[in-house]
Write a protein that binds this ligand. Structure first.
Ligand SMILES: [Zn+2]
Length: 685
């Protein structure tokens, strides 16, 4: 290592900041690369030392030692990846292009390290005799499984086959996404007659005119991107054009051109099936669900079918109501088709609730909302937040808080970053700069540094930041994730905080969203920013009522995607048939609107063919069932009930991934979750 460089590089030092928070003020772009390279080298040496240890493999000298390895690499990549999302620039992006391949090669080298795996396996094979704690058991299983699930137990030809299949799969998923993106970008509906725009809001027309102009065309251009497609389907009076745009959207990647995904869909499903079978499973869903709270395909199907049965009658009523409205306008033989759904739904919603974002904003001034959300945590858990200006931040808009526990002890650092900027990606997320763990030598509980990042409405010259209701929900959601991080209390970082099964991670966040429509909670902060008037009860009631508008239809739509996903990934034999026919059969029980035979979802279903949701789409509904069921205990005992909150903290929030989520959940709830609370919340039951 270059000594001059290392002397100035903060990543090579112990941070001299409050709570050893990241010294953002001292980190320069040129510090990342040398620290990443040195971090990789250090971890390589640490792993080599584990392998070369002449002593017999033990939990401490192998599993714990492996868990402890890579601290420097973790220290620098945590900051690096967070900055790539929250405060990036061209230089940082270029560096990412350069170091990402090195990082993925490094992690592949670890997973494929046979000598390391042999030692881990030696410990694993005697685990019942080792008198491990529950947490140690869990850590050993997790680490061992992650190797096995990447083919570590395969030998000879099978190992080679695995390598080939995973390479093929990554090429296929890449082509799938590229085709989808290109076909989306490729399409344009250019309108030149202003009468065709009837019904569209001014801002939508302006954007469409700009799109056309940017390509030196006359008129208004509409595309298949959501900000153009969604408003057109919602507001355009011209039914024929809605039909045209709908078909363009819903036949993506099925056309006779180079962006066709039909065969790629078959190949992805079949390749995943082969990988799963090579690893000893019947199908890909079994392989995936092994590491999920749901555990089995049966549990997933049970949920989907229960929802199907419970929501279908209401969804049919919802369709009928929309149909009735459309017939009042269009005559008795009018049939509402998929391209009419958003349009008439929007009309009906306005008629029934007369509610829009602008009516609510004045009650949700950001500073007030912050007081409300922090105040909620204080009331539930007794924790307090104190702004600390001595903690360095990466942008002047970011604030850093010290969080203290009920007994006054330091608990965590929380950063908040609320508004959009160039250099920040879209969306909202919770992340951490340091996770929680207990130091094995000193026994010190090393507390976490977490952050919530949003893209909320900005203040203007004469108005403070006034949030939409949706932004208030998002704040509660991400704040819920941050509580999961801040309350973490595990021995091992790998099992700490939000390191839980994927269909369990949204429980702590979504449960907080339930508070958004609770009068008792809104009354603690939702005051008009000019008059100080408390949000009227009548307005709250309208929010509650409108939140369930078309809820059954929306649920069945998610169920239909879940069924389609499971149909592709529970196959035990390769699929060679007609993709459209297979799809229509798979989800037909969940269709409320008339079926359009040309439409195809599979060819553009990136979540399950190119994203991380293969055999996982159900988890959206799974998490909703959990959060509604868990919150019903608060509803029953009082939404600020200390006992329930204590139990939620003790059994869920502080436990991370140290035990199976169903075990944790039952300890909190006293029973397995049921769909009843969700049905009640949606007004179904
Ligand atoms: Zn979330």
């Amino acid at each position: 290592m270059n000594n001059i460089l290392s002397a100035q590089n903060p990543f090579f030092e112990q941070y001299q900041t409050p709570h050893e928070t990241v010294p953002f003020d001292r980190i320069q772009t040129e510090h990342y690369e040398p620290a990443i390279l040195e971090g990789i080298n250090q971890q390589k040496a640490e792993i080599e030392a584990i392998i070369q240890n002449p002593e017999k493999a033990t939990f401490a000298n192998t599993v714990e030692a492996f868990e402890q390895s890579g601290k420097l690499l973790d220290k620098v990549t945590t900051v690096f990846s967070n900055m790539l999302s929250a405060e990036t620039n061209d230089e940082l992006q270029a560096l990412a292009q350069k170091v990402m391949p090195l990082l993925s090669e490094h992690s592949n080298n670890i997973t494929l390290n046979e000598k390391l795996f042999d030692r881990l396996k030696e410990v694993y094979n005697q685990k019942e005799d080792l008198q491990l704690t529950q947490e140690q058991h869990r850590l050993l299983d997790d680490i061992y499984d992650s190797f096995v699930r990447h083919g570590a137990n395969l030998e000879g030809e099978a190992r080679e086959q695995y390598r080939q299949l995973t390479n093929e799969l990554s090429m296929l998923t890449l082509s799938f996404s590229e085709n989808n993106l290109k076909e989306t970008n490729h399409y344009q509906m250019l309108l030149t007659n202003k009468a065709d725009l009837a019904g569209l809001p001014e801002i939508v027309m302006e954007t469409a005119a700009e799109t056309a102009k940017s390509e030196e065309k006359e008129g208004w251009a509409f595309t298949l991107h959501a900000p153009s497609y969604v408003p057109f389907m919602t507001y355009a009076d011209n039914r024929e054009l809605r039909h045209k745009l709908y078909l363009a959207y819903n036949t993506k990647c099925t056309h006779d051109n180079e962006y066709n995904n039909i065969d790629i869909v078959r190949k992805i499903a079949n390749t995943r099936m082969k990988i799963a079978q090579l690893l000893g499973y019947d199908n890909y869903a079994d392989y995936t669900l092994k590491k999920r709270m749901a555990e089995t395909s049966n549990a997933v199907y049970k949920l989907l079918n229960q929802l199907l049965e419970a929501y279908t009658p209401t969804a049919q009523q919802e369709y009928q109501e929309i149909q009735d409205l459309a017939r009042q306008e269009q005559g008795d033989d009018f049939v509402v088709m998929p391209w009419d759904w958003s349009y008439y739904s929007n009309k009906l919603k306005n008629k029934k609730f007369n509610l829009n974002e602008e009516m609510l904003r004045p009650y949700f001034e950001l500073e007030q909302v912050k007081k409300g959300v922090f105040g909620l945590a204080e009331r539930l858990y007794g924790i307090t937040f104190k702004k600390n200006q001595d903690i360095p931040v990466y942008h002047e808009e970011v604030e850093a808080y010290e969080v203290f526990d009920k007994d006054g002890k330091y608990l965590a650092v929380l950063y908040t970053d609320f508004h959009p900027r160039t250099g920040k990606r879209a969306g909202a997320w919770m992340t951490s700069y340091k996770e929680q763990w207990i130091d094995r030598k000193t026994g010190e509980n090393s507390r976490p540094h977490v952050s919530v990042v949003m893209n909320f409405t900005k203040p203007t010259a004469n108005k403070p930041a006034l949030l939409t209701f949706n932004e208030v929900e998002t704040f509660l959601h991400e704040f819920g994730h941050s509580l999961h991080g801040m309350f973490a209390n595990s021995t091992y970082q790998n099992l700490s905080g939000t390191n839980v099964y994927w269909d369990f991670v949204e429980l702590p966040s979504q449960i907080m969203e339930n508070f958004a429509i609770e009068k008792e909670f809104l009354h603690t902060f939702a005051k008009h920013y000019q008059t100080g008037e408390l949000i009227p009860d009548e307005l709250i009631q309208r929010i509650v009522n409108s939140s369930n508008f078309n809820a059954a239809y929306a649920c069945l739509r998610q169920v239909s995607f879940g069924l389609l996903d499971m149909a592709w990934y529970t196959r035990n034999t390769p699929f060679e048939g007609d993709v459209r026919v297979y799809e229509q059969e798979a989800w037909k029980k969940a269709q409320i609107l008339p079926v359009v035979s040309d439409a195809c979802m599979s060819t553009q279903f990136s979540h399950i063919f190119a994203g991380g949701y293969s055999a996982g789409y159900y988890s959206y509904k799974w998490a909703e069932v959990l959060d509604a069921d868990a919150f019903s205990l608060f509803k029953q005992k009082g939404i600020f009930n200390q006992e329930v909150a204590d139990s939620f903290r003790k059994n869920i929030l502080s436990k991370g991934g140290t035990e199976h989520p169903m075990v944790l959940y039952k300890r909190f709830r006293g029973q397995e979750p049921t769909i009843d609370a969700l049905l009640k919340r949606n007004g179904i039951k």
